[in-house]
Design a protein around this ligand. Structure first.
Ligand SMILES: [Zn+2]
Length: 245
């Protein structure tokens, strides 16, 4: 059951002919009681909103009609799309940012995401975190968000490879060719990176975002063995998936 009790004034029209392609997952990220969080989304001065807000008991509130452009992603980018708000549905989870998500909340999220995927023909790989689309700027839904659990529900992909090989293999680290290969993989997955051939800030930020989603046990922006292996696997799986669609 979705509640329509609260409606946010913070939305606009989706850009003409835009297609809903993505679902962006957020946490509210403030240590605030639920009614205060709701009031923030309902206050036109906040200039923020989302389509759905899920409280810790698993109750879902629809704050903006999905035909409208809610204001949840801000400056963002994924796979050459620069107006994520026009092309996505935004879901906020009530969570202070450093706490575990509740089982009820995750159960509601999975049901909601599956329904939205069906209704809008959204692909499984296009369920993303705010941190994926706003690298260097946002870290939600954070390392406690269970992407692995969603993958078990056939939402996205999660690698079975070990996450915990933190060894650094420096032999190829400084080769521009190698760094370009890493940047190409990140870029192909969707991250906002260009091929500089240098291990620069944008690369570190994209790697951190990648780790938050696919290697959450350690987020440091470094190319350790696990990060490289998982990046290679995610890139391969996603390329196969896109090739088949
Ligand atoms: Zn967010």
């Amino acid at each position: 059951m979705i509640s329509h009790k609260y409606k946010s004034p913070n939305y606009s029209d989706r850009v003409k002919d835009s297609k809903i392609e993505f679902i962006i997952i957020h946490y509210t990220g403030v240590d605030m009681q639920f009614h205060k969080v709701i009031n923030w989304f309902l206050d036109e001065r906040s200039r923020v909103s989302c389509h759905f807000l899920i409280d810790t008991s698993g109750k879902i509130y629809n704050l903006v009609d999905i035909s409208k452009r809610a204001w949840h992603a801000g400056k963002s980018f994924w796979n050459n799309c620069v107006d994520i708000n026009s092309n996505s549905i935004g879901i906020e989870l009530h969570n202070a940012g450093n706490e575990d998500f509740t089982a009820h909340q995750l159960e509601s999220l999975v049901k909601l995401v599956k329904k939205l995927m069906r209704d809008n023909a959204i692909q499984s790989w296009d369920i993303l975190g705010h941190s994926d689309v706003s690298i260097g700027r946002k870290i939600d839904p954070g390392v406690k968000f269970p992407w692995q659990h969603l993958a078990k529900e056939k939402i996205g992909f999660f690698s079975d490879l070990s996450q915990e090989n933190f060894d650094m293999d420096n032999s190829d680290k400084n080769s521009p060719q190698f760094i370009k290969e890493i940047q190409t993989k990140l870029m192909t997955i969707g991250y906002h990176v260009y091929k500089s051939g240098v291990f620069d800030t944008q690369t570190v930020e994209a790697l951190k975002a990648f780790q938050r989603h696919w290697r959450p046990v350690k987020v440091n922006g470094m190319l350790d063995v696990s990060t490289k292996q998982i990046l290679t696997e995610v890139h391969k799986k996603l390329s196969e998936f896109r090739g088949g669609h």
